[in-house]
Write a protein of this length. Structure first.
Length: 133
């Protein structure tokens, strides 16, 4: 794979991480394909741009301290592979993690976490919001 293409895949993946770290659901939506899949480290998935956008808004509300710290990056085929740490005030989300961002063009079509602690994030984020009465 040409070096420029590899760099572009890493750049797209890092833009996606930056959108997560700045809690910008709008930017997350701009960086994903309409059929994107967000896969947590248990294999659970949230599919589609609208569902992922809503899930990210919910996550940003639930955990404003969450950040991804990237310490390593490489490309394998269509995948940008990232390694680093999840940081949060929630202890179950603090761990070393690997992420895979499948990049199609200039967008992420799949983002998967391979954390060391099982967290069913897809189930938590797919739950409907509770409306205060």
């Amino acid at each position: 794979m040409a070096r420029g293409i590899s760099n572009r895949k890493i750049d797209v993946a890092m833009q996606f991480v930056a959108a997560l770290n700045t809690r910008s659901s709008r930017r997350v939506s701009e960086l994903i394909t309409p059929d994107c899949r967000f896969i947590d480290n248990t294999g659970g998935a949230i599919e589609g741009e609208q569902a992922i956008g809503a899930a990210m808004e919910r996550f940003f509300e639930l955990d404003p301290s969450f950040r991804l710290e990237i310490t390593g990056k490489t490309v394998r085929g269509d995948d940008a592979l990232l390694s680093g740490h999840s940081r949060s005030n929630e202890p179950s989300l603090n761990h070393d993690t690997l992420w895979r961002a499948k990049v199609r063009g200039k967008k992420v079509s799949e983002f998967q976490s391979y954390g060391t602690q099982p967290v069913r994030l897809s189930q938590i984020l797919a739950q409907p919001r509770q409306v205060a009465t």
